[in-house]
Design a protein around this ligand. Structure first.
Ligand SMILES: *[C@@H]1O[C@H](CO)[C@@H](O)[C@H](O)[C@H]1NC(C)=O
Ligand SMILES: *[C@@H]1O[C@H](CO)[C@@H](O)[C@H](O)[C@H]1NC(C)=O
Length: 192
């Protein structure tokens, strides 16, 4: 009986997720080991962090925009903040980018209550957004994407780096707001 159940379970799992290519994800996971259903890490893109002015941080996964519009407009490419999905994969949610017209403040959220609040307070969604998707909980090897704010500079800063988070609190006048969501780390592990 046991020998019949396993293939049955496997075929049910494959059947439920058909339409997605899970060859390299689900099928490789030993049956019954985890309830996590993950997006395909092979479909992630670098989430580039760019700085404009003193505290205007822009995160973007579109290399064309990074290389054409932004760099020529005076934005500085700083780092890859993490890896994100550009199409909605299983278990991911939209990570909305909002712009405050007056002041140019840029704000990201995966929380629909915060999205509604922001839209009611002068923010507007960036064109073509949501353009990236992240995990709302820490699953599938993802790491916290910390959100810090500097109310004076009107800066909204996001990082996976614990040391960078602490340095921004100690030296740059930022305070913790929340964990905005969970992204995949560059290089597959988080060490600092
Ligand atoms: C799924 O992905 C694998 C590895 O990339 C590929 O060899 C296979 O043809 C794909 N199958 C389908 C149904 O797209
Ligand atoms: C979403 O944001 C609201 C308002 O800040 C907060 O009360 C709520 O706990 C948040 N939900 C999640 C899942 O973080």
């Amino acid at each position: 009986m046991k020998h019949i159940l396993l293939p049955l379970l496997l075929s049910v799992t494959v059947g439920l997720t058909s339409g997605r290519n899970i060859t390299s994800i689900g099928a490789a996971r030993p049956a019954g080991r985890s309830a996590e259903t993950c997006g395909n890490p092979a479909n992630t893109f670098p989430f580039y962090r760019m700085l404009g002015g003193t505290a205007e941080y822009l995160y973007i996964a579109d290399t064309t925009i990074v290389n054409t519009e932004l760099r020529s407009a005076g934005w500085t490419l700083q780092t890859i903040a993490g890896l994100v999905f550009v199409t909605q994969e299983v278990s991911t949610v939209p990570f909305y980018r909002l712009n405050l017209k007056a002041g140019g403040e840029i704000f990201y959220t995966a929380n629909t209550t915060e999205l509604t609040n922001a839209l009611n307070n002068g923010y507007s969604l960036a064109i073509n957004d949501p353009e990236v998707y992240i995990y709302p909980t820490q699953i599938c090897g993802s790491v916290p994407f910390y959100y810090l704010k500097n109310a004076v500079k009107k800066g909204n800063f996001y990082t996976v780096s614990e040391s960078e988070r602490l340095a921004f609190i100690a030296n740059e006048g930022y305070t913790d707001v929340e964990i905005a969501g969970y992204v995949l780390p560059v290089g597959g592990s988080q060490c600092d």
